[in-house]
Design a protein around this ligand. Structure first.
Ligand SMILES: *[C@@H]1O[C@H](CO)[C@@H](O)[C@H](O)[C@H]1NC(C)=O
Ligand SMILES: *[C@@H]1O[C@H](CO)[C@@H](O)[C@H](O)[C@H]1NC(C)=O
Ligand SMILES: *[C@@H]1O[C@H](CO)[C@@H](O)[C@H](O)[C@H]1NC(C)=O
Ligand SMILES: *[C@@H]1O[C@H](CO)[C@@H](O)[C@H](O)[C@H]1NC(C)=O
Ligand SMILES: *[C@@H]1O[C@H](CO)[C@@H](O)[C@H](O)[C@H]1NC(C)=O
Length: 162
C-alpha cells in the first residue's frame, strides 16, 4: 500500500483506491536513449533494430526504474512488439516498440522513421500498482550500409494505476 498515497496526492484525490493519473512531456522531463538504431524498408515492409536504456531516478515520484532492452520488429503501423530485457528486472518491467506510419518527411534525403516505445513498470511490493510510460523519437531508414544512429525518445505520456 506504500505507493497509493503518493499516487493519490498526484491525482489530487485521497478517497479512491484506484487512481488514474496523467502527465505531459514537460511535466515528465523524461527521456530514454536509443543506441545502435538501424532501420530499412524493402518491398516486404520496414524493419528496425535498436537498444534502449532508461536511467533510474529514485528522487522523482513515482521512482523510475533503470532498464536496458533490445527491440527488433517490423511494419509501419504494426502493433507493439515485445522488446527483450537485457539487464533489467523483467518480472516487473516490460518494454514494447512499434513504428508509426511515417509522414514521409526526409532528413538529408533519407526518409524519417517515427518510433513509439512504451515501458510498463509494476511496483515490486504492490503487484496491482503499475506505471505506464510512452514516448516518441525519430530515426531514419537505411540504406543498410548507413551508420548506426543514436537519438533520444521523449516520454510524452504517462499514467499510473494503484
Ligand atoms: C545492445 O546491447 C548489447 C549489450 O548490452 C550488445 O551486445 C548489442 O550489440 C547492442 N545492440 C545494438 C543494436 O546496439
Ligand atoms: C530525476 O528527475 C528529476 C526531475 O525531473 C531531475 O531533476 C533529476 O536530475 C533526476 N535525477 C536523475 C539521477 O536523473
Ligand atoms: C508515405 O508514402 C507512401 C508511399 O508513397 C504512401 O503509401 C503513404 O501513404 C505515405 N504516408 C503518408 C503519411 O503520407
Ligand atoms: C544532415 O547533414 C548535415 C551535413 O552533413 C549534418 O550536419 C546533419 O547532422 C545531418 N542531419 C541529420 C539529422 O542526420
Ligand atoms: C501502456 O499502455 C498502452 C495503452 O493502454 C498499451 O497499449 C501499452 O501496451 C502499455 N505498455 C506496456 C509496456 O505494456
Amino acid at each position: 500500500m506504500r505507493v497509493i498515497p503518493v499516487v493519490a496526492a498526484l491525482a489530487g484525490t485521497s478517497s479512491a483506491s484506484t487512481m488514474f493519473i496523467q502527465m505531459t512531456a514537460a511535466q515528465l522531463n523524461y527521456q530514454w536513449a536509443v543506441t545502435g538504431w538501424s532501420a530499412d524498408c524493402a518491398e516486404t515492409g520496414c524493419h528496425y533494430d535498436f537498444n534502449i536504456t532508461g536511467t533510474a531516478n529514485e528522487t522523482v515520484i513515482p521512482a523510475r526504474p533503470g532498464f536496458k532492452a533490445h527491440c527488433s520488429g517490423e511494419g509501419e503501423g504494426a502493433p507493439y512488439q515485445e522488446c527483450t530485457q537485457l539487464e533489467s528486472d523483467s518480472e516487473h518491467l516490460r518494454v514494447v516498440a512499434s513504428l508509426l506510419p511515417s509522414s514521409n518527411n526526409t532528413v538529408n534525403g533519407t526518409r524519417q522513421a517515427h518510433l513509439q516505445v512504451s515501458m510498463k513498470h509494476t511496483d515490486p511490493e504492490v503487484s496491482t500498482t503499475f506505471y505506464n510510460y510512452t514516448g516518441h523519437g525519430y530515426g531514419t531508414y537505411g540504406p543498410s550500409s548507413a551508420a548506426l544512429q543514436d537519438f533520444l525518445v521523449q516520454v510524452d505520456d504517462f499514467y499510473g494505476v494503484g
